[in-house]
Each structure stands twice: as C-alpha cells, then as structure tokens.
Design a protein. Sequence first.
Length: 80
Amino acid sequence: YDRLSTDWDAREARGERLLMGPNLRRSLARELRGDVLEIGAGTGATLPLVDWEQITSYTVTDLSPRMLDHARQRPEAQGR
C-alpha cells in the first residue's frame, strides 16, 4: 500500500460511494465518543468527519507508514 498511498483517496472514492453510500462514513464518525482507536486508518479519510468536541483521544493505526504520513498531513489531524 505504500506505493499507492499518494493517490489512494482518488482510487477508493468510487468504491466507497458504491459500497458505503454517501453518508455511512459520516454517520459512523459522528457516533464516536471518548477514546477512539481506528485500526486501518489509511489516509485518515474519517478525520474530517469527527466531532472533536466528543473525543478524548484519537489513535490511528495502519500497516502502511506512508498512509499514516498522509493522515498526519490532513489539516484536521494537525494539532490533535
């Protein structure tokens, strides 16, 4: 996945729309509360959807260090 990390979101966008619909990720993210562990966070697509007022701590993991690098670059992740 490291070599695919640069354009991962673009590659996965259509599949996510077809499999999850336009609002599933958003509705699941809005339910997050307290201490959160996201396993397989990829490029951090969930980060912009999180209600940060409800989160105590948010930890992400992924097998790909480059995917995590992209997640760290998201403005929503900076300072958190």
